[in-house]
Design a protein around this ligand. Structure first.
Ligand code: OAD
Length: 270
């Protein structure tokens, strides 16, 4: 690692990461909530912020049932573009670290708002994709749900069973989460000792209420995010940095060489 490498957490972040690491060592029930920030390190654009998708597109014109009834071709073109983008990218070190955490913790549950499927691709199995999955389609006539990985998907795609119009199997603005996903997520939030909130702006409900719910039920809540969010003041620990750098460090400390460099720098500066 280079001296002054901005990907290295500073000493305050390192102390916080160590505290979370220690807590995770003895925890039996851990829940994780992820958002677009965890996949940003794989090259997938987030929704909000300077380079966010919603800077150029309006959610209500592309990600709502009204938008789909008005102009299904436009909505499918947008999803085709995103499918192509996602297919060219891979999960990163943060996704893989959560697979390892799942392996280590007795009662683990991962709740993701991401539709890119990266957690599943990395190997996570105990998870709810509460906003759906971009590789799943649903028939607007018979309701049948199936996997579809075609790129581009023909516009407009139809159901092989009934010829009805297919739509992305994604929870759009104004739609409710699948009741099973919501029940499972709420149970995991109420039961966990530690909740990790990773790479979400924390402004879209119901996920925005998950931190407060876990805290109300006694969990130690940790936020990992590049920037402060509206949730930062409510959590027990907020750590700033890239998910791909921070999440692996919840499992094991960074290599010794980077410690030396950082402590050298700290002592030089101090
Ligand atoms: P947002 O785009 O709202 O927020 C992404 C968050 O990730 C921000 O708080 C960034 O600071 C943070 N971030 C960016 N890069 C990061 C990195 N490398 N490491 C860590 N954090 C980073 O995305 P979500 O909160 O996921 O819904 O948005 C929630 C929902 O709104 C999405 O699921 C989507 C959207 O509209 C649907 O599509 C239904």
């Amino acid at each position: 690692m280079a001296f002054g490498d901005s990907s290295l957490p500073g000493s305050e972040a390192r102390a916080k990461l160590k505290e979370v690491r220690n807590r995770l060592t003895s925890a039996q029930a851990v829940t994780v909530l992820t958002g677009a920030g965890i996949s940003a390190d794989s090259g997938i654009p987030t929704f909000r912020g300077a380079d966010g998708l919603w800077k150029n597109y309006r959610p209500e014109e592309l990600a709502s049932p009204e938008a789909f009834s008005r102009n299904p071709s436009l909505v499918w073109e947008w999803y085709n573009w995103r499918r192509e983008l996602i297919a060219a990218k891979r999960p990163n070190a943060a996704h893989y670290a959560l697979v390892e955490l799942e392996r280590r913790i007795d009662r683990f549950w991962l709740i993701t708002q991401n539709v890119d499927g990266f957690h599943r691709d990395a190997g996570s199995r105990k998870l709810s994709e509460i906003h759906g999955n971009i590789w799943m389609v649903r028939c607007t006539t018979c309701g049948g749900v199936r996997e579809n990985r075609q790129i581009p998907i023909p516009i407009l795609p139809t159901c092989p069973d009934c010829q009805g119009l297919l739509r992305p199997h994604i929870v759009w603005f104004g739609e409710s989460l699948h009741p099973l996903d919501l029940d499972h997520s709420l149970a995991a939030l109420r039961a966990c000792e530690i909740l990790l909130i990773i790479g979400t702006s924390g402004v879209v409900y119901p996920a925005a209420s998950f931190g407060p719910i876990a805290k109300e039920h006694g969990a130690f809540v940790v936020e990992l995010n590049l920037d402060p969010t509206p949730q930062s003041a409510l959590v027990d620990l907020a750590i700033q940095g890239h998910a791909k750098d921070l999440v692996p460090q919840l499992l094991s400390p960074p290599p010794l060489s980077s410690h030396f460099l950082d402590s050298d720098r700290d002592s030089l500066l101090g």
